[in-house]
Design a protein around this ligand. Structure first.
Ligand SMILES: [Zn+2]
Ligand SMILES: [Zn+2]
Length: 556
């Protein structure tokens, strides 16, 4: 490619929610910003995560120089191990971001093969023709940065995720001065977060959740169980501070909650007073009025800690009447059904469940609203603008916010979707040829299973391994299964061995049902997921094959 041309290639996150990834190419050098994942919705049953298709980077692997990370949220780092297994490049990020990446790499046993380079906000870096600066921004996670990239054609600013929080919990201020400096010197292209572009006004400061949480702590008669995103370190800090003030011990439940709090604590980003932490196994022996539990599973994920607590199937915590459960998080669109189902279960157990939007809020967003977005565009005064990070409606809304800013020198806004490209040369910016993009479904989180598109995956399963349909009849009144579950299979296994195996498989399904709580049995989606998971494990152990498993539950 021509040295005098800058190519902007969004590989994920534009026109879709999650899996943010964008490449910049100048001559023979490519840098990548973020490599995130997406949580699958209900339609993709059996898929754990979804990541961008990195084929374009693989095809150009000899030119790809680095991966730069803006912050440690899953929609920005969740696909890092998968990208690196295809294109091994050094990864640059702040301390906390890299710590979270390291944890992911360890899960995939890749830590030794990867170069991680720690950067600090206000640090400069040179990679090929790119001069790179990191600018501290405020967001719902600590250690987040925007990235300013000086190229031979001009400066490109990628905002990462941000809100303009004037009173951040860690007192590290958004470096608006640095942005204003770039604005003065001139910015060629701005890429900015569109998540909340349809929200008018300003996003509240993280501190805005304090009054409601304080109210909960001062009134709750018994245990307080708080769910939030484990990476929301500022939120965790506020909860721990309040627990200290109200003399409650704190127990963390959920693996990510334990890991992330430990990582943040080790790096001095989360202050935990001595003797405040309690082991989960000591929860039941602690006086209910002296306890706060911080738990993962805000989105009602069927296997998450809170979802299991909701159906009374957790080792360490059983909800009792008058316990208070707080969902200090947003409801990610698409997850409404299962979140409300989880809340129903909690309410049935007698808990007072605090969730949703209320005033004062129990959760505030980490993303900038309309006025803040306009402020950023005004500060940077870019010549070209490309809204990123959001569904098409959010990108379009963000573009319209910028529409009255043409006086400031904004020449053109490009609303683009993943796979479309932007070319900038000395004549200006224009749309370029599209590149090949897509979504890759990952089945159980291992690198070997970087498989194809969902449809292809299903077809492959069907053609190679066939399918198995367990049919379970549950008695509406007793909640028990009626007789042994039936198994229908095609193209999976046949003959004497086959019928023997299927007979055993019926027992596996039957055991799964029997070992479930009455509440779980009353919830089809939980049962489907449990039956599918147990049967998948059993069948792949016995046969090393992976048939498509589609449990059907009938109420009789
Ligand atoms: Zn994000
Ligand atoms: Zn984020």
């Amino acid at each position: 490619m021509n040295d005098g041309t800058l190519q902007v290639v969004p590989l994920g996150g534009l026109g879709e929610f999650g899996m943010n990834c964008l490449a910049l190419r100048c001559g023979d050098d490519i840098i990548v910003i973020d490599a995130g994942m997406m949580f699958p919705d209900d339609e993709l049953m059996g898929v754990d995560i979804v990541i961008p298709d990195f084929t374009w980077l693989e095809e150009n692997c000899q030119h790809v120089r680095a991966l730069l990370l803006t912050h440690g949220h899953e929609d920005h780092i969740g696909a890092v191990p998968f990208l690196l297994s295809q294109v091994n490049i050094p990864v640059y990020g702040t301390a906390f971001t890299l710590a979270l990446v390291e944890r992911r790499l360890e899960e995939h046993e890749m830590r030794g093969e990867v170069t991680l380079v720690r950067i600090d906000a206000a640090q400069q870096l040179e990679i090929g023709p790119f001069q790179i600066d990191f600018i501290h921004v405020t967001h719902s996670i600590v250690d987040a940065v925007a990235i300013a990239i000086t190229t031979p054609l001009g400066v490109v600013v990628h905002m990462g995720d941000f809100k303009v929080d004037p009173t951040p919990i860690d007192n590290r201020m958004f470096d608006l001065h640095a942005l204003a400096e770039y604005g003065k010197r001139g910015v060629l292209l701005l890429l900015s977060d569109s998540t909340n572009s349809d929200r008018p006004g300003y996003t509240e400061s993280e501190r805005a959740v304090r009054p409601r949480l304080e109210d909960i702590f001062s009134r709750a008669p018994r245990r307080i169980v708080l769910a939030c995103f484990s990476s929301s370190v500022p939120r965790l800090q506020q909860i721990i501070d309040l627990a200290g003030e109200f003399r409650r011990r704190v127990a963390f439940i959920g693996r990510s909650m334990n890991d992330v709090s430990e990582i943040a604590h080790e790096r001095g980003l989360l202050a935990i007073p001595d003797n405040i932490l309690l082991r989960p196994q000591d929860i039941q022996q602690t006086a209910p009025g002296k306890l706060a539990v911080v738990i993962s599973g805000t989105q009602g994920e069927p296997m998450s800690a809170l979802a299991r607590v909701a159906v009374d199937n957790h080792r360490h915590l059983s909800i009792e009447p008058q316990d208070t459960v707080v969902l200090s998080s947003r409801i990610i669109p698409g997850n409404e059904k299962r979140i409300y189902r989880m809340i129903n279960h909690l309410a049935k157990r007698g808990a007072d469940v605090v969730y949703g939007s209320m005033n004062p809020p129990v959760h505030v967003s980490g993303h900038a609203s309309a006025e803040e977005l306009i402020l950023i565009i005004n500060l940077l005064r870019p010549r070209y603008f490309m809204p990123v990070h959001g569904e098409f409606r959010q990108l379009a809304r963000h573009a319209s916010l910028a529409s009255h800013l043409h006086k400031t020198g904004l020449e053109k806004t490009f609303v683009m979707e993943t796979g479309e490209t932007l070319l900038i040369d000395r004549f200006g910016a224009r749309r370029g040829d599209p590149v090949s993009v897509g979504r890759v479904c990952i089945d159980s989180g291992t690198i070997d299973e970087v498989v194809e598109d969902m449809v292809i995956r299903d077809r492959r399963h069907l053609s190679e391994d066939g399918f198995v349909v367990p049919i379970i009849a549950i008695n509406k009144h007793t909640g028990r299964s009626e007789g042994l579950p039936e198994l229908v299979s095609r193209g999976f296994i046949s003959g004497e061995d086959g019928s023997e195996l299927l007979q055993q498989a019926r027992l596996v399904v039957s055991r799964t049902i029997e070992s479930s709580t009455a509440e779980e049995r009353g919830d089809w989606s939980v049962m489907q997921e449990k039956v599918r998971a147990d049967l998948k494990r059993f069948l792949s152990k016995q046969t090393s094959r992976r048939p498509l498993i589609m449990p059907v539950i009938l109420e009789v």
